[in-house]
Design a protein around this ligand. Structure first.
Ligand code: NDP
Length: 253
């Protein structure tokens, strides 16, 4: 069993904040070189600074992962900068909260493209590099809405349910190539995304606290451990799994 990631190279989409930065931090602490990808240059630069302060090699790539060219360019950047690619965390995500009857097609597509299609495109772009590296680890970020429904989250829930099924298909296809693909399903975590949700959905904060057995919201730092485990050889016989990191939320009746 080995949790060491020295010499490994990781891409974390949406790694410039929230859960992505929590995972990037864990990977960096375990010795990986980390590339964070996001659209916001200032957030990218701050994340690189924070990762470098841990003594890690880090870089940022500005880009929109809904675009196939951007996903390919992201992998090319990792190869140009650090010479290989071993780990891909498909974490970039958004939500638009409305009742189902009120979404435009553009809003539906924007959520599906950002949360689900980007994971497919980045995984496809990473595959040749992982083959060359002799194997790899892909970690997709689902949600409690991979399991449950919510009136205000039609496209988001569809994207996150799809993420789990995509994870299983990639895991089956690429096991022969020593690429393990798993999903992490966060509970309610305190990030920019949910700070907005707390404004949009009255009573959400209290409901989350009441239902989460751990009695608190999660913190991005809660994702460092699962990222290291799923990125390391300690998880080599785990593939196609959907692992909750939710303080017990999904176990509560
Ligand atoms: P944040 O809003 O803090 O982070 C989202 C990240 O995604 C940002 O870094 C953002 O960077 C990036 N991003 C969004 N769209 C794009 C895009 N088109 N191209 C590139 N990067 C993009 O949210 P969280 O940390 O909370 O969410 C991270 C993941 O975890 C998401 O997939 C979310 O669905 C999931 N999740 C979160 C939960 C929570 O409670 N917080 C619960 C369950 C799942 P930038 O703006 O610079 O592009």
């Amino acid at each position: 069993m080995d949790l060491e990631l020295k010499g490994k190279v990781a891409i974390v989409t949406g790694g410039n904040g929230g859960i992505g930065l929590g995972m990037a931090t864990g990977l960096a602490q375990a010795g990986a070189a980390v590339i964070v990808a996001g659209r916001n240059a200032a957030k990218n630069a701050a994340a690189v600074k924070a990762l470098e302060a841990l003594g890690a090699k880090a870089a940022a790539v500005e880009g929109d992962v809904t675009q196939q060219d951007a996903c390919r360019a992201l992998v090319e950047s990792a190869l140009a900068r650090f010479g290989r690619l071993d780990i891909l965390v498909n974490n970039a995500g958004i939500n638009i909260r409305k009742q189902p009857q009120d979404y435009t097609l553009e809003e539906w597509n924007s959520v599906l493209d950002t949360n689900l299609t980007s994971a497919f495109l980045c995984s496809q772009a990473a595959y040749p590099a992982m083959l060359k590296a002799g194997g790899g680890k892909i970690i997709n970020i689902g949600s409690m809405l991979s399991i449950f429904g919510a009136a205000f989250a039609g496209p988001y829930g569809a994207s996150k349910g799809g993420t789990v099924q995509l994870t299983k298909s990639l895991a089956c296809a690429w096991a022969k190539d020593k690429i393990q693909v798993n999903a992490v399903l966060p509970g309610w975590i305190d990030t920019e995304l949910t700070r907005q949700a707390r404004k949009d959905v009255p009573g959400l904060h209290e409901r989350v606290l009441a239902r989460t057995p751990a009695g608190r919201w999660g913190d991005p730092g809660d994702f460092a451990g699962i990222a290291v485990f799923l990125a390391s050889s300690a998880s080599d016989f785990i593939s196609g799994a959907a692992i909750t990191v939710d303080g017990g939320y999904s176990s509560q009746a």
